[in-house]
Design a protein around this ligand. Structure first.
Ligand SMILES: Cc1cc2nc3c(=O)[nH]c(=O)nc-3n(C[C@H](O)[C@H](O)[C@H](O)COP(=O)(O)OP(=O)(O)OC[C@H]3O[C@@H](n4cnc5c(N)ncnc54)[C@H](O)[C@@H]3O)c2cc1C
Ligand code: SF4
Length: 457
């Protein structure tokens, strides 16, 4: 079997001083060579691993034949954000994990092929879509992240008039404010949002539902509502010193860097503290993004502090490898116990304790247990907490009757309906922090449910 095509990357040393994209994408020759590895299985298991059910063998066969235009058309039948998904989807635990070639060696690089097709289309210029005939029905979509963008696109394609309300000054949700430019260039998110606008979706930014308008009012003004408000409320550890200057939630830090363009100083004067020694607490994609952003802002030393071991790191393996290549230090089996105070209420270090792994906890992962007497101090002037998020409760003001779980997530049934008639929800607001593609899958399901409802009422 031919070997999987390696992804060309920007040199590790060079890329730590810029925010340009790290992965450079396949050449045409590489894309065709990689597509040629696909066996075009009769029972393609890869499709079962894709939450939006892209016809994977179909688009890969078109690539093999060099017909990239057809290939992207096939992908877009079920996925409105292919350039995004081709870059950030955790393919290794979705389509690629189920690819038959994974059993014998390396799976087909499905994500990289998807990215190639989307980039090929962007280079040529994406043709404006034909707008659907109006049904006269109006739908409000709250939030502008991947769940809402997918729901809005699918509803607009059915001919419903969609208005999208976004709290921030730009669209994209985490794709814009969270995931950094070097993993997902914002121009790509903008172009994909532009395509959705061309389908007829009216976007209103700086518009907080729960403040400017309540859910109750939306429900009365529109025939149906979709809530895709995400999980943007950061969690903290509850340890001493978290109130010091120099302690950020990863959300705040990444929002300042990405959405508010702090990295483009002096063109943008967004304040951000540029640390010498930065500690990022957590082991997920968010922690990797914060650490790699801090390095690019000029830190001398950036450490990930994570209470479990390397095998338990929840971040994508590819991103952990990228972070290591760039020089991020991994302090595994280590947990902060307090943040130490320097002059003027600033951070001067973090006291940590070493951990060992005990029995599996409710998440199935072995739980970390502190090792008595192993306390030690790591110097730091910035601490970024990236231990998870929960849904922002803002949407709940003025939404009497909307059932919410004890974790703060919106409760839905199997067809994405909430406890309020004509209101559906999906994405991180329902599941808690998850993935782009699962949010998109939920947006699709909700759009189907809303469409059925509107056709019958
Ligand atoms: C730093 C970071 C890196 C990540 N990396 C990856 C990755 O590599 N791969 C991957 O698959 N997933 C990744 N994720 C997770 C992924 O981005 C999320 O699961 C996904 O964005 C969830 O989509 P969503 O549409 O549900 O919510 P969001 O993307 O959070 O969008 C919700 C939107 O709703 C808006 N909103 C909230 N409340 C209101 C209101 N009351 N009124 C109006 N608007 C409101 C918010 O401002 C936001 O724009 C990452 C997450 C983060 C934070
Ligand atoms: S399972 Fe793998 S080899 Fe088979 S069709 Fe899907 S991508 Fe191709």
């Amino acid at each position: 079997m031919a070997a999987r095509q390696a992804m060309p990357h920007q040199d590790a040393k060079e890329r730590t001083r810029n925010f340009d994209e790290v992965a450079l994408g396949y050449t045409e020759e590489q894309a065709i060579a990689e597509a040629s590895r696909c066996l075009e299985c009769r029972n393609p298991k890869c499709v079962q691993g894709c939450p939006v059910e892209i016809d994977i063998p179909g688009f890969i066969a078109q690539m093999k034949a060099g017909d990239f235009d057809e290939a992207i058309a096939t992908i877009k039948l079920t996925n409105s954000l292919p350039a995004v998904c081709g870059r950030v989807c955790p393919q290794e635990v979705q389509c690629e994990e189920l690819c038959v070639l994974a059993k014998k060696g390396e799976p087909v690089a499905i994500g990289r092929l998807e990215r190639f097709c989307a980039d090929h289309e962007r280079k040529k210029g994406v043709a404006a879509p034909v707008r659907a005939q109006s049904t006269g029905k109006r739908v409000a979509v709250v939030g502008a992240g991947p769940a809402s963008l997918t729901a809005a696109a699918d509803l607009a394609k059915e001919g419903h008039a969609v208005t999208m309300f976004e709290a921030l000054h730009d669209t994209g949700g985490v794709l814009t404010y969270g995931i950094p430019e070097f993993r997902l260039p914002k121009s790509i998110v903008r172009d994909e949002v532009e395509y959705i606008k061309q389908l007829g979706v009216d976007v209103k930014v700086d518009y907080i539902i729960g403040k400017i308008k309540t859910l109750e009012e939306l429900k009365n003004d529109f025939d149906a509502v979709f809530l895709g408000t995400g999980a943007g409320l950061p969690k903290f550890m509850g340890i001493e010193g978290e109130n010091l200057n120099g302690v950020y939630s990863a959300n705040e830090f990444l929002t300042r860097v990405n959405l508010m363009k702090a990295y483009r100083f002096p063109d943008y004067s967004t304040p951000i503290k540029r640390g010498k020694h930065v500690i990022v607490v957590g082991g997920g994609n968010v922690a990797m993004d914060a650490a790699r952003s801090a390095l690019r802002l000029g830190a001398e030393e950036v450490s990930i502090v994570y209470r479990r071991g390397e095998d338990e790191l929840p971040a994508r393996k590819e991103e952990v490898e990228n972070a290591k290549e760039e020089g991020i230090i991994f302090r595994l089996l280590t947990n902060p116990v307090r943040i130490l105070q320097g002059d003027n209420m600033t951070v001067k270090g973090v006291e940590c304790i070493r951990m060992e792994l005990g029995e599996p906890d409710e998440s199935g992962r072995r739980s970390p247990v502190p090792k008595a007497g192993s306390e030690h101090v790591i110097d730091a002037d910035i601490v970024i907490i990236a231990i998870g998020t929960s849904p922002n409760p803002m949407i709940l003001s003025g939404s009497d009757g909307l059932k919410v779980s004890p974790r703060g997530t919106i409760v839905v049934d199997e067809s994405a309906k909430t406890s309020i008639g004509n209101v559906c929800a999906g994405g991180d607001a329902v599941t808690g922090a998850a993935t782009v593609i699962s949010a998109m899958g939920a947006g699709k399901l909700a759009a189907q449910t809303i469409n059925d409802y509107l056709r019958n009422n």
